[in-house]
Design a protein around this ligand. Structure first.
Ligand code: UDP
Length: 354
């Protein structure tokens, strides 16, 4: 493992601030995958709330530049149990936020071994390292893909779990591992099943390569990239395009912090919570919202359905309200698209100025 920032600095400033690791509300959190989209924005919010953060990331899909100043970056894999154990011990980590994962549905179908290796085997190594070092608090980035094609919407947490691709199956397998480790060795954990993360903070946003997601692809189309292809116009939905529940990434980050706080006080074992807005928008509705933000038509073409896409995925977010006291606050597609568009514009301007 390669340590990028000086770990001693982080630990020293933690102590110099007079903050109380573990006993107080402030935590030292290990964020795996903290150089990725959702991870890095959650790190930003954790630091803003006064917590100390160590990021563990392979940088295979994450970006070094996405890790906020103030967090220590350690380049390495969650699958390296001994090194992760040393990290947990040396940094006196209170809680782990596990975002590191492979997360492309299509890739998971083509290469299931990669998904089982990194999402399941790697995750179990992390659990073992936590068990060995006595770190007993864990929040996990799970996904609505664990439900597969739902029988009805909105989807609550007790809906049948029938993933239709290795991505969803491996996330579900890790949830099960969390459950059994909780029972056996007292790890207190929360699994957050995201619906469609969208939007950006002032400094960080979605940067996948290849980019497969709707909102970045339609904004790229506005900036002269390839026209957006709408995947499927014959779904059983009001306008024929697929409906999803979009949730602002800053709202997701707030939910992660609430979940981390919950693990300080909850009983051992696993709690599960959907994170969605409870409202669905079709692809065409998102496209129209983007046009209203950008102020011009989005170049697009109509295409066939994408394999593995269910027609409608909308969350019930009742449990998130009762368990985490969490409500999405930035709910309109315009707000989410607007934040992503602003960031793209600022970056384009900075590149122009540079
Ligand atoms: N989608 C689309 N064109 C694209 C990307 C996505 O029509 O270039 C559709 C996709 O089929 C789905 C919705 O937009 O119905 C959201 O897709 P995304 O990949 O953003 O998230 P997913 O729901 O697959 O997690």
């Amino acid at each position: 493992m390669q340590v990028i920032a000086d770990a001693a600095c982080c630990v020293a400033s933690w102590a110099a601030d007079g903050r109380q690791p573990y006993h107080g509300r402030l935590m030292h959190v290990l964020v795996t995958g903290g150089a990725g989209y959702i991870g890095s924005i959650t790190v930003e919010r954790l630091l803003a709330a006064g917590h100390a953060v160590t990021v563990l990331d392979t940088l295979v899909t994450g970006h070094r530049g996405a890790v906020p100043d103030g967090a220590e970056l350690v380049i390495g894999s969650v699958g390296d149990q001994d090194s992760v154990g040393r990290l947990l011990r040396d940094r006196r980590v209170d809680a782990v936020l596990h975002c590191a994962a492979r997360s492309l549905v299509g890739q998971s179908v083509a290469e299931p071994a990669l998904y089982y290796q990194e999402n399941v085997v790697g995750g179990v190594a992390l659990l073992n390292a936590m068990r060995e070092t006595g770190v007993g608090r864990l929040v996990f980035s799970s996904t609505a893909a664990v439900y597969g094609t739902p029988l009805s919407t909105p989807i609550d947490e007790d809906a049948p779990l029938r993933p239709i691709n290795p991505y969803g199956a491996t996330k579900l397998a890790f949830e099960e591992a969390m459950r059994w480790y909780g029972a056996a060795c007292g790890i207190r954990s929360v699994s957050l099943r995201y619906f469609n993360a969208a939007g950006a903070s002032a400094e960080r946003g979605e940067e996948h390569d290849p980019e497969t997601h709707l909102i970045p692809n339609l904004l790229k189309a506005c900036l002269g990239g390839p026209p957006l292809t709408i995947f499927g116009t014959d779904y059983p939905t009001p306008d024929g395009t697929a409906v999803r529940d979009y949730i602002h990434v800053l709202d997701l980050a707030d939910a992660h912090i609430a979940a981390l706080e919950l693990t300080a006080s909850s009983d051992s074992g696993l709690r599960i919570c959907n994170l969605g807005s409870g409202s669905g928008y079709s692809v065409l509705e998102v496209l129209r919202a983007a046009e209203s933000v950008v102020g011009r038509p989005v170049p697009h073409a109509l295409g066939d359905r994408r394999a593995g896409d269910p027609p409608v995925l909308v969350a019930s977010n009742e449990r998130a309200g009762t368990l985490l006291g969490w409500q999405p606050r930035r709910g309109t597609p315009q707000e989410m698209i607007g934040s992503a568009w602003d960031l793209m514009q600022r970056r384009a301007a900075a590149r122009g100025a540079g």
